[in-house]
Design a protein around this ligand. Structure first.
Ligand code: G6P
Length: 374
């Protein structure tokens, strides 16, 4: 009811603004990476705890749907880049029905807000039936089927999410996946104490960093006014922020019904560039990382075709607003955790565009919060 919403117009907006609190609750002041963080279900057999499993596994297979799948796609960059562990991410409904090559030493990770998504649960059972017994879930509901059926579990503490379009569940999943990356890196001897300390410090600062990003809302509202009368939008990202671009496009589709697509920016020239006209807004996620210079030349390709750019730049990206280029500067550069911050303006963009178009933000047509039947 209205009382619960407080100053917010919709649950989605409230949930976007709850993210600093959701991350703080999930991380609970974390001071050390310990395998026991992943034993929340208490399901593991004696001697088969997370410490043992993390030492034993040689790869990771992530299974999920929807926004949770994009959390997994982001985690692949962390798991391979930081923990140096080969990682596969699959859409649960694809994995469950294809012939795959099972590896008994794989850690099967399901990511699910509800813990009840039919395809994700079936994909887990399929993996188990193929002999994969090391299973872990990152889940927001402690009493869910997924938590009952996996041996290891990390519980996110986003709190109840009511808006059909997932927001705070995603950022808390990302926090859990980053911790999983650190735990695996530690088990494999790939994390020094000083690296661990630096990552944990950055994690503890996330609530404050998220609050600073949320303060960009007025600037996002002015972007949303431009988007409200568009029919299409393109989202570009590279590396760690490619899945964030995918999530930005998904959010826009789900609640505004504007057709949106996301591309890895390097793929622009292999197709989507043909769609770029002055009627095509192009959202670019542009953190100041190793790929920024390449991304800037992708942006030139868009400008040369008259496309209008909406750029989420970093504090220190050296990209200026000019004719056809609208820049919102993120408050701080955030290294490997940057996806958790860059996704927030994209959530707000979808939200305010939907409000401007007058769609049913919390209950978009044809969609359900939790898809428990196939
Ligand atoms: C539905 C929801 C999405 C969610 C997906 C997976 O499609 O509308 O927001 O990402 O299910 O849900 P899960 O509970 O498994 O994360």
């Amino acid at each position: 009811g209205a009382a619960e919403l407080g100053p917010y117009r919709h649950y989605m907006q409230k949930e976007i603004f709850e993210q600093p609190r959701a991350i703080a609750d999930t991380l609970d002041g974390i001071q050390a990476v310990v395998p026991e963080l992943f034993e929340a279900s208490g399901n593991h057999a004696p001697g088969e705890g997370a410490h043992r499993v993390f030492k034993e596994v040689d790869s990771v297979l992530i299974l999920a749907c929807g926004t949770s799948y994009y959390a997994g796609c982001t985690a692949k960059y962390w798991l391979e880049g930081i923990a140096r562990i080969p990682t596969q991410v699959e859409i649960a409904s694809e994995y469950r029905y294809r012939d795959s090559v099972p590896n008994p030493n794989t850690l099967v990770v399901t990511i699910t807000q509800s813990g009840e998504t039919a395809d994700t649960l079936a994909a887990l059972r399929h993996a188990q039936s193929l002999g994969m017994r090391h299973t872990l879930t990152i889940c927001n509901v402690s009493t869910s089927a997924m938590v009952r059926e996996t041996t290891l579990a990390y519980l996110t503490r986003a709190g109840v999410e009511i808006g059909v379009a997932s927001t705070k569940a995603l950022t808390t999943q990302l926090a859990g996946l980053f911790l999983l990356t650190l735990a695996l890196a530690q088990a494999k001897g790939r994390l020094t104490e000083s690296q661990e300390a630096a990552h944990l410090k950055a994690m503890r600062h996330l609530p404050a960093a998220l609050s600073a990003v949320l303060a960009l809302e007025p600037q996002i509202i002015s972007w949303a006014e431009d988007f409200a009368n568009k029919q299409n939008a393109l989202f570009l990202g590279r590396g760690l922020h490619y899945p964030i671009a995918l999530e930005g496009a998904l959010k826009l589709k789900e609640i505004t019904y504007i057709h949106a697509e996301a591309y890895a920016a390097g793929e622009l020239k292999h197709g989507p560039l043909a769609l770029v006209t002055s009627e095509m807004p192009v959202v670019t996620v542009a953190p100041n990382d190793a790929l920024l210079e390449k991304l800037k030349s992708n942006m030139q390709e868009v400008r040369a075709r008259g496309g209008v750019l909406y750029v989420l730049a970093d504090a220190d990206s050296r990209i200026e607003s000019q004719e056809g280029i609208h820049v919102i500067r993120m408050p701080e550069h955030y290294g490997p955790l940057s996806p958790l911050l860059h996704v927030v303006p994209l959530q707000l963009l979808a939200y305010h565009t939907a409000v401007a178009r007058g769609t049913d933000v919390d209950k978009p047509r044809n969609l359900a919060k939790s898809v428990t039947v196939e």
